[in-house]
Ligand binder design. Sequence first.
Ligand code: ZN
Length: 166
Amino acid sequence: MAIREVFKFEDPQLHRKCHDVTNFDDRLANLLTDMADTMYEQNGVGLAAPQVGIIRRACVVDVGEGLYEFINPVITYKSEDLIEEDEGCLSFPGEWGKVKRPQKIKVEFFDRFGKKQELEAEDLFARAICHETDHLNGTVFKDIATRMLTQEEIDEKFSDEIEEEN
Ligand code: ZN
């Protein structure tokens, strides 16, 4: 296991369209394991390969329901009802935006062994999968946010933690 460096802010790697994964080999398995380790170490709920400088269509998600690995994911259904929530990203520490995402999605993908899978996701899980698949197309949440939160709003958002410290 290894923690990888997360590319941040204006790094051009974050705006590249990723290539499909074609080899389901040990190198891919190591990448996925490192990505999960890096995500957990940074208290994230998702991480995409381009965030660690690998321009391949692979991402990991864990919103508290266990670790999911998505290789060559394709979102095949998005519900019409959208939910707007605050969203952040390990590549943009300290920044938050209001982002509208479908309440429910279906996604087709491959697992690390090259087996095709499909699942339905709702709410935060759906949001995280959408956020990570966007990364694979070179899109970051700031590109599609309705608006970014002000520093005052961010302070308010984390005021519970500040109160605990006082
Ligand atoms: Zn992100």
